[in-house]
Design a protein around this ligand. Structure first.
Ligand SMILES: Cc1cc2nc3c(=O)[nH]c(=O)nc-3n(C[C@H](O)[C@H](O)[C@H](O)COP(=O)(O)OP(=O)(O)OC[C@H]3O[C@@H](n4cnc5c(N)ncnc54)[C@H](O)[C@@H]3O)c2cc1C
Length: 432
């Protein structure tokens, strides 16, 4: 790899994707590197969206304006270039990106933070183009809100959950509980039977093999809310108003087949890597997730780093219906911090040594209460495993939303108080 131009003493670092991973990466790089190095962010949209707030948008508790912000002004203020456009091709040997419309951008270092491709195509009839809703993007959540209004006007059965190969289960639990709360406020919950359909082997598995007593606490929560559940569920197809589900046993054999009617359904899809990333020879695993070493760097292309949902992490354990390991926000930020340290090391003549902790720390809103968990490390057995429920989490999540959006508007990635609060809880971004 010939990347760093020592004569000009200047490198061009391109961050591909401006989501929960990419945008903090750009800010942290800018703060860490000498101004002689150029940083450019490329993102499909010209705005940032705070994805964790989408379940609120889907029941009308938020609007698009309150959970998005334009990227260009915030980035430019920090001296970061911004290009809005879909990257069609990564030329990883020529160190170039080809953007839809013909524009080319060369890079010395590339940080891939492209998030997931939402694989609705794996379950016929699912997704906003089919018969189920999604809260994965702001557009999907707006679409889901339209369907929620129809449900309020004409109540009927609801299904919420996550299909096979899903790796992000938290938002399904959040949406089920938020929807239950919203329907109670509308005084129509008594006319809406709710079923949670999940590929997890048990309620509260979360793709993590459970965290503390997440199973007991979340089953209790669902019982209290009169939400029934079907686990080990493989959704085979969805038709208008009907979902077809095979329920497997521990051996992976079909134990029962369900045909579930619904008026409103929100199912999280399986995740894959986005096409232009998946298409780079030798960069990804078969599902299109970027393979990284312990320093977040591609073993094949040494000037490509990657963070966020787009990286390859093996499942925590094998489950009868395939599930993946979640990549939560703080874990993603820890990957970002490691990348910034490692690129800085390379630019100053050192070898990369920083390793992200990949600790799972998450606040899940349940509408009128919430659940928080910490799993350190992500794969059991763990040094710290902690799962607590309470109204304080609901308020903490709202505060976190405001705080994160402000952080992205102002361009400060890890203000001092966040560093200290998390330190007190034993959560650190880098392995010491
Ligand atoms: C509904 C939902 C709620 C969640 N809630 C939480 C939560 O409460 N707490 C938590 O810790 N985690 C949560 N997560 C998990 C995780 O934090 C989010 O998925 C997070 O958005 C992932 O960040 P990311 O940067 O990897 O991807 P994203 O935020 O999806 O960002 C990827 C960006 O890359 C861009 N992009 C992709 N491909 C291209 C291309 N070819 N060209 C140009 N741009 C491209 C996309 O447009 C996007 O802007 C949630 C996930 C979902 C889906």
């Amino acid at each position: 790899m010939a990347t760093y131009d020592e004569e000009k003493d200047m490198a061009h670092i391109v961050v591909l994707g401006a989501g929960i991973g990419g945008l903090p990466a750009a800010y942290e790089l800018r703060a860490a590197l000498d101004t002689s190095h150029q940083i450019t962010v490329v993102n499909a949209n010209d705005f940032f969206q705070f994805v964790p707030s989408n379940p609120w948008l889907a029941v009308g508790w938020r609007t698009r304006e309150t959970i998005t912000l334009p990227l260009e002004p915030s980035l430019r203020r920090r001296g970061i270039e911004f290009v809005a456009g879909w990257v069609e091709k990564i030329d990883a040997t020529g160190n170039k990106l080809l953007i839809q419309g013909g524009k080319e951008i060369s890079y010395d270092y590339l940080v891939v933070a492209t998030g997931p491709r939402l694989a609705f195509d794996e379950v016929p009839g699912s997704g906003p183009g089919g018969h189920t809703q999604s809260v994965c993007t702001v557009e999907h959540a707006e679409h889901a809100y339209g369907d929620f209004r129809s449900l309020v006007a004409s109540p009927g059965p609801v299904i919420v959950g996550a299909v096979q190969f899903a790796s992000c289960f938290g938002p399904a639990y959040e949406y089920a509980s938020i929807l239950d709360t919203a329907l109670r406020r509308e005084k129509i919950r008594d006319r809406v039977p709710m079923t949670f359909v999940t590929s997890e082997p048990y309620i509260g598995h979360l793709g993590l093999g459970g965290v503390g007593d997440s199973q007991g606490l979340l089953e209790h929560e669902f019982r209290n809310r009169h939400i029934k559940w079907i686990n080990n569920a493989k959704v085979t197809k969805v038709e208008a108003g009907k979902m077809f589900v095979d329920q497997l046993n521990a051996k992976g054999e079909t134990e029962k087949q369900h045909e579930l009617p619904f008026k409103h359904a929100m199912m999280l899809p399986g995740f894959k890597g986005v096409e232009p990333v998946a298409a780079v020879e030798g960069l990804c695993n078969p599902r299109g997730f970027v393979i990284v070493d312990e320093h977040q760097r591609s073993p094949k292309y040494r000037n490509i780093y990657s963070a966020g949902v787009c990286i390859a992490i093996p499942p925590v354990e094998t489950t009868p219906v395939p599930t993946g390991a979640p990549k939560t926000g703080y874990m993603i930020e820890s990957m970002v911090t490691a990348i910034v340290r490692n690129i800085k090391a390379e630019l100053t003549g050192y070898v990369p040594t920083a390793k992200a902790t990949w600790n799972a720390f998450c606040l899940a809103d349940l509408g009128d209460t919430g659940a928080a968990f910490i799993a350190l490390p992500q794969i059991p057995p763990r040094n710290v495993t902690w799962f607590k429920k309470g109204k304080w989490v609901h308020w903490a999540k709202i505060a976190f939303e405001k705080y994160f959006l402000r952080k992205m508007r102002t361009g400060v990635s890890e203000p001092i108080f966040e560093k200290w609060v998390l330190k007190l809880m034993g959560v650190a971004r880098l392995k010491s």
